[in-house]
Design a protein around this ligand. Structure first.
Ligand code: CAA
Length: 382
């Protein structure tokens, strides 16, 4: 693996860092407090090409590689993991899925504005009774002439109340199990489609998450993605790439925790000296730094494999599994180093801890990542 970033990749990293520090950081604390969605920031992210980074320019995207996307995700998430997840879902679940599996009609109508950041996307797979066990879809889509009629409930949808276009997974043939599942693009405002109230979350509070309800919601047949019966494969294939995005988000939180801990340790005095002089603190910082680099390398490796057109499912799952654990551990250690100050909102580390936890849960829990990794090792599956 080549560890040398290209000039273009370094440029993307630098511009994401600049944008994060100058445009995202100033409002991050307030937005977290108020659970306020960053409308202006998302608009600007779109103008800068960060909402459709890997989509070819002919479909409105920036035409960049996955490594550039990972680097940008790390910088954005270092400052605000809420902006990170909004960007990740739009890029690696919605845009990637439509570019890879959408018809030309779908690409022109939906992918182009999504990749330009003019519209926002959401990915609706989970249901009240189908989270990790995602094949147990209860939402139905019954064919009726040139339409499908959707009925059911989706849960935990990122960008649930704010998206314009939703990729909705539903059963078109119950008899066939996961081979009878299909995916559709549903526009906000389609009669019979409502979103629920915003969830009151522990972390990533500035991103919105909600349920979706479909009651006799008529969706044109041309909005079917890929083909009937391929919806579960669509969701799995798309999530494989999504997991690289979440790994990058987790690396960002882990790195922010390390930076905050180093800064605080160098300032805080106890027993007549700065606490950075104590080996107990030094060892924690050293372990945090090792974990950040290891998680980053795993994430970049998965991205490099994807860019090279090589298999990356196991590596993406490994990156997410490890980076999410590292995000939680580093945030915990940063709080510990801050002592009582780590437990109050005046310092950022308590938000890092609240934001970190979800990376072990969404886009496949850590337990699901282990299943994917183990099946790759033992059964040569995926
Ligand atoms: N990549 C590609 N294909 C995969 C796959 C993967 N990682 N995992 C499963 N598949 C395919 C299988 O090959 C199989 O396809 P075929 O029948 O065509 O061969 C099909 O999916 C069914 O797979 P299994 O027989 O292995 O099914 P299973 O029920 O034993 O296991 C699972 C499936 C891996 C547990 C799957 O249900 C899963 O990944 N669950 C987690 C779902 C998830 O990540 N949800 C996150 C929701 S999105 C989100 O978080 C919202 C957000 O807004 C951020």
């Amino acid at each position: 693996m080549n560890f040398q970033l290209t000039e273009d990749q370094l440029l993307i990293q630098e511009s994401a860092k600049d944008f994060a520090e100058n445009e995202i950081a100033p409002s991050a604390v307030q937005r977290d407090k108020e659970a306020a969605f960053p409308y202006d920031i998302v608009k600007k992210l779109g103008e800068l090409g960060f909402m459709g980074m890997m989509v070819p320019p002919e479909y409105g995207g920036a035409g960049l590689d996955t490594i550039s996307y990972v680097l940008a995700m790390i910088e954005i998430s270092k400052v605000d993991a809420s902006c990170g997840v909004i960007m990740s879902v739009n890029n690696s679940l919605v845009c990637y899925g439509l570019e890879k599996y959408g018809s030309e009609f779908i690409k022109q109508k939906y992918l182009v504005p999504l990749a330009k950041g003019e519209k926002l996307g959401a990915f609706a797979l989970s249901e009240p009774e189908a989270g990790s066990d995602a094949t147990k879809q209860k939402t139905t889509a019954d064919k009726d002439g040139d339409h499908f009629v959707l009925n059911g409930i989706k849960n935990w949808t990122t960008n649930g109340t704010t998206a314009d276009y939703y990729l909705v997974v539903a059963t078109t043939n119950k008899e066939l199990g996961h081979k009878g599942i299909s995916t559709f693009v549903v526009e906000k405002g389609t009669p019979g489609f409502e979103h629920g109230v915003k969830e009151d979350k522990m972390g990533i509070r500035s991103s919105d998450t909600s349920s979706l309800t479909f009651e006799n919601c008529k969706v044109p047949a041309e909005n079917l993605i890929w083909e009937e019966g391929k919806g579960f494969n669509f969701a799995m294939n798309t999530l494989n790439g999504g997991r690289i995005g979440i790994a990058a988000q987790a690396v960002g939180i882990a790195e922010a925790s390390l930076d905050a801990a180093v800064k605080y340790a160098k300032q805080r005095k106890a027993f007549g000296q700065t606490i950075s002089n104590f080996q107990a603190i030094q060892f924690m910082l050293a372990d945090m730094a090792v974990r950040v680099d290891a998680a980053k390398i795993l994430t970049l490796k998965a991205a490099a494999l994807k860019d090279a057109g090589k298999p990356y499912i196991k590596e993406g799952a490994m990156a997410k599994l490890y980076a999410s654990k590292v995000a939680v551990q580093n945030a915990l250690d940063a709080v510990q180093i801050h002592g009582g100050y780590g437990y109050v909102r005046e310092y950022l580390v308590e938000r890092y801890l609240r934001d970190a936890k979800i990376t072990e849960i969404y886009e496949g829990t850590s337990e699901i990542q282990r299943i994917v990794i183990a099946r790759s090792l033992l059964d040569h599956k995926y």
